[in-house]
Write a protein that binds this ligand. Structure first.
Ligand SMILES: [Fe+2]
Length: 230
């Protein structure tokens, strides 16, 4: 931190790569195809370019590999939450209890997208990329280019930027949004309050992702020693 200024409210983001993605992701694609067909039947839906499953995926997937994947997600959440709260936790050790409050999969193709939204009442949200076209093919889309199927994050100043005048001294506000490149096996973690959007996607392969919201509590209580909110 320089003497000239201090930063308030920086945004913590976590990126993790699942080591077993290459072997586990195809199993997930197959399991989700089956789950999708069942849910479409139950809902009386016909197959379209966008599908979101029910949010009870955590208990629904029966693959033996699933528990290992969930462990990867939980470990990633703990590591990122620790990093984000390093100053606040100030070396205190907590027995952390991670709650996945909802987890679901989403499939998109033919330009389908998921508009800007946030996830209230949780502390962390995440997107895991199960399947998408390889990068060169994906970004070659004639309209969407590099944004094809990306997750776009909108920073805190975004809402205030309507018609903003950009000069050299508020250049730090740029860019107001950031696209996170979607690569299979990648787990993106971000604060649940952060507006985000699944950009339109069109490709050879369907874009398949897992989304979730999580809470993290300390078993001994969430009180921080010597911490005052005022
Ligand atoms: Fe979301």
């Amino acid at each position: 931190m320089g003497a000239e200024c201090q930063w308030l409210w920086p945004t913590p983001i976590g990126l993790h790569q699942y080591a077993d993605a290459e072997s586990v992701n195809p199993l997930l694609v197959d399991a989700f195809a089956q789950g999708r067909a069942e849910q479409e039947r139950a809902r009386g839906q016909s197959r379209g370019p966008f599908f979101a499953s029910d949010d009870d995926l955590l208990d629904r997937v029966k693959l033996p590999e699933w528990q290992d994947f969930v462990r990867f997600v939980v470990d990633g959440l703990v590591a990122t939450a620790r990093g984000a709260n390093k100053a606040e936790w100030a070396g205190q050790e907590f027995d952390l209890q991670v709650g996945i409050e909802g987890m679901w999969f989403q499939c998109s193709s033919e330009g389908a997208f998921h508009d800007v939204h946030t996830h209230g009442n949780c502390s962390w949200s995440g997107v895991y990329i199960v399947q998408i076209d390889p990068r060169e093919q994906r970004i070659g889309h004639r309209v969407y280019g590099e944004a094809n199927g990306a997750t776009r994050l909108y920073g805190p100043p975004f809402n205030a930027l309507g018609g903003a005048y950009i000069d050299i001294a508020n250049a730090y506000l740029m860019p107001p949004s950031q696209d996170i490149e979607p690569n299979p096996g990648q787990l993106l973690l971000f604060p649940s309050w952060l507006p985000h959007q699944a950009m339109p996607y069109e490709g050879e392969l369907e874009r398949v992702i897992i989304s979730f919201n999580a809470t993290i509590h300390a078993r001994q209580g969430d009180q921080l020693r010597g911490y005052s909110a005022t």
